[in-house]
Write a protein that binds this ligand. Structure first.
Ligand SMILES: [Zn+2]
Length: 304
């Protein structure tokens, strides 16, 4: 067990260096224009893309509901983007799909306006210091107004703007506090970071995430959607059921490749050196990190 942990630490150290590079590159790219790209999904639902995780927005006579809040650096841009839909004073609800800063730092700017809703474990984590060693990120406790005031354990329903919204907890997925948000009438789903469309995902194994269980959760979602469902991933472009299915199959099949090599007696380093089948090359090309880091995340999931 000790050995496994030290092997994981090596691969994670490699990721933190590479991922830090990615984040810096991203900063430079976005620094020039801190703005959101908006995609209209239905008459009153939009996907907003800024710098961090993708956002979902529902507008209507009852006010605005927002899913996720991006990085702090995006807060001014987010407020001005919301101006196009009735303004931040019209924002009634903000759902956090999980605690990571690229989805929740905007709570600090928006929490004075909206009720923040999340799974119980999101509030628990935001109350204390959290560290993602893999990404060299430390998250300090959030101020009171930026914490979820409404938390739930299994599922929560909201009925606004003639829409029925189900916020459903899927355990041990990307973290230990993930929500997937279903707009039932509109047939739109926000997956949070249970879905990195077309790429290897970051899975926060140190905070209750697990690749194999995440795949199980996604198979449940696949049974709840259809070919017309518009699926907002945590990261990546607007997607559909086929793309979510492909992501699920990638999780299962790359995990099986790693399991296979382990059962042949290969060490993590040997598996990382050997790599995965060539068919996953385009997933790596779209990812925030190289295949060997993905192999480390799978290995961490297999051994916890
Ligand atoms: Zn995340």
């Amino acid at each position: 067990m000790k050995l496994l942990k030290s092997k994981l630490a090596v691969s994670l150290a490699a990721l933190s260096i590479l991922f830090a590079g990615q984040i810096n590159a991203g900063d430079e790219h976005h620094e020039k224009s801190l703005s959101f790209k908006s995609t209209k999904l239905t008459d009153n639902i939009y996907m907003l893309q800024g710098k961090g995780g993708n956002l979902g927005l529902l507008k209507g006579d009852d006010g605005l509901l927002l899913i996720d809040a991006d990085y702090k650096v995006m807060s001014d841009a987010l407020k001005s983007e919301l101006g196009k839909y009735g303004g931040v004073n019209n924002l009634n609800y903000l759902i956090n799909t999980h605690w990571h800063g690229d989805h929740t730092q905007g709570n600090k700017a928006l929490g004075h306006h909206a009720q923040i809703i999340a799974h119980d474990n999101v509030r628990t984590r935001l109350l204390t210091t959290q560290e993602i060693k893999l990404l060299k990120i430390v998250s300090k406790p959030y101020p009171k107004h930026a914490l979820p005031a409404i938390t739930y354990a299994k599922r929560l329903s909201l009925h606004i703007n003639n829409e029925d919204i189900e916020v459903v907890h899927f355990p041990k997925g990307h973290t230990d506090g993930d929500s997937v948000v279903f707009f039932k009438k509109a047939n739109v789903v926000h997956m949070g970071d249970h879905f990195f469309s077309g790429m290897f995902p970051f899975v926060d194994v140190d905070h209750g995430g697990n690749v194999l269980n995440m795949a199980k959760n996604i198979s449940v979602v696949l049974g709840m959607v259809n070919n017309k469902t518009k699926i907002i991933p945590g990261h990546g472009p607007l997607s559909n059921k086929a793309e979510l299915q492909a992501f699920h199959d990638m999780l299962i099949n790359t995990s099986a490749e790693v399991t296979n090599m382990k059962s042949q007696g290969l060490t993590l380093e040997e598996i990382q050196a050997k790599g995965l089948s060539k068919k996953w090359a385009k997933w790596e090309a779209n990812s925030f990190f190289p295949t060997k880091v993905w192999i480390g995340i799978i290995d961490g999931s297999l051994s916890n």
